[in-house]
Design a protein around this ligand. Sequence first.
Ligand code: ADP
Length: 264
Amino acid sequence: DVTCRYVHGIGAVRGGATLVTFQDVTHLEQAVQMRRDFVANVSHELRTPLTALMGFIETLRGPARNDPEARDRFLGIMEDEAGRMNRLVGDLLSLNRVESEERVRPKAQVNLNEILQATLTSLRPLADSAQVQLSLAAPEAPVLVTGDVDQLRQVFTNLIENAIKYGGSGGRVDAVLSASDRDPAVRGPAARIQVIDKGPGIDPVHLPRLTERFYRADNHRSRQLGGTGLGLAIVKHIINRHRGRLRVESEQAQGSVFTVILPQ
Ligand code: ADP
């Protein structure tokens, strides 16, 4: 479905014939359009909390000036909005970093049991406050892959955080680590990490677009929970860098399973 829209050059060749060369500009146009959309999205995402902040500053200067109770409430909301902007900028920087490193393969041997254990420890307070039981099942023997510790930790954090945030109503989230000598997905030895929740699941229409920047299956809920819409885009780029695969299976009212397959 590539179309050549512009004639790149016309030149005379010997014998009176004319040589016409085409340059494919479709990809270039697409890249330019994607960049425009991205800038528009980022501006919109930043402007929403900024507008709220400006409104509250005005209210604090005027009507709420001498009302300590209203002032405290508004300051709380302002703190949340500033936090949202902070998270967005943090995720944009992460996305930028992982995209620029995508072509450089990691070199270190890393231990997935340890990375998952550390991820679960840091997410336990979130799980506790959401009343979600969080568990890890892993083989005794260490599962090693060639990878980047910080980036893999970010992958597991984003997936488990999503499972708690969006699938926590199911009461439990399980992380399962396994290894195989011949994984059909990569036709060789690989590690698999599954993040399983028993929540509401994801409508199949959303699945193909889930890893796009700013794509949200449930816009209202994601914003309410402070999501930036960039978590799975970051996950995708990190997994690409590791030459791995990401699979999502979901059944409505049953839950979701996010599977990461990393070649060893
Ligand atoms: P966000 O910052 O909105 O969480 P993500 O890129 O991490 O962005 O996720 C994209 C969307 O995928 C979310 O907005 C949510 O609608 C959906 N999603 C992700 N994980 C789950 C899950 N485990 N259960 C249900 N929906 C999910």
